[in-house]
Design a protein around this ligand. Structure first.
Ligand code: MN
Length: 209
């Protein structure tokens, strides 16, 4: 697979792409924001990809508070939503667009549970080891706030961040099943909405002594 069929949909999924994605068993999801603080830094972009590599990039407007078609997809109970570090994206999607994303698969958690032979659990390391592809991360820290002027490099970067997630999730699931940790992984995934609630209320370390 190589990128791809890339669509840009301003502010929400088009009805046609929504119907198309609703047929998928899983959808990979990523977001780009102005920074790492969900109260200060707004959501700029939501990227989606189905298991066959159809990518949609959705620029989110300043002050935008809803995206009904995106919400329908991300809340659909029969479609797995695959993230890398779901905790951050799920918080942004809830805080900015009122979306309660579920069910969730997080490739970072899956990697930490499965790949105990390494401490490298970033997306770049995962794509390198499991897909044999060198991800270009040079657009990672860039201005995502101007949807009419996204560069081709930014669009490619944004697409690559979702393009490999489905394949990676399948490979990590195989390892987790082999090692007897698949059930534990699923239990971790189902905790993410609770952890997001705690994060958004700014609780820290409540499980510590
Ligand atoms: Mn990203």
């Amino acid at each position: 697979m190589s990128p791809i069929d890339l669509q840009v949909c301003q502010q929400d999924l088009s009805p046609a792409i929504l119907s198309f994605y609703l047929q998928a068993e899983a959808i990979a999801v990523d977001t780009e924001t102005m920074g790492l603080n969900p109260w200060r830094d707004r959501l700029c972009l939501v990227q989606l990809c189905d298991p066959t590599g159809n990518v949609t990039v959705i620029p989110i407007a300043q002050g935008q508070q809803e995206a009904p078609n995106l919400k329908q997809l991300l809340e659909a109970e029969n479609i797995l939503k695959i993230f890398h570090y779901a905790r951050f994206d799920v918080a942004q999607l809830r805080h900015r667009l009122g979306i309660e994303t579920q069910p969730i698969f997080c490739t970072k958690i899956a990697s930490k549970l499965a790949r105990t032979y390494t401490s490298s659990h970033g997306l770049k390391s995962l794509v390198q080891e499991l897909e044999g592809v060198e991800l270009d991360k040079t657009s990672q820290s860039s201005d995502w706030g101007n949807p009419d002027n996204l560069s081709p490099e930014q669009l490619k970067y944004a697409s690559n961040d979702v393009f490999y997630l489905y394949s990676i999730s399948r490979k990590l699931t195989t390892i987790l099943q082999r090692e007897g940790r698949w059930e534990l992984a699923q239990q971790c995934f189902s905790c993410i909405p609770v952890i997001v609630s705690l994060d958004l209320m700014q609780y820290k370390d409540i499980f510590e002594h």
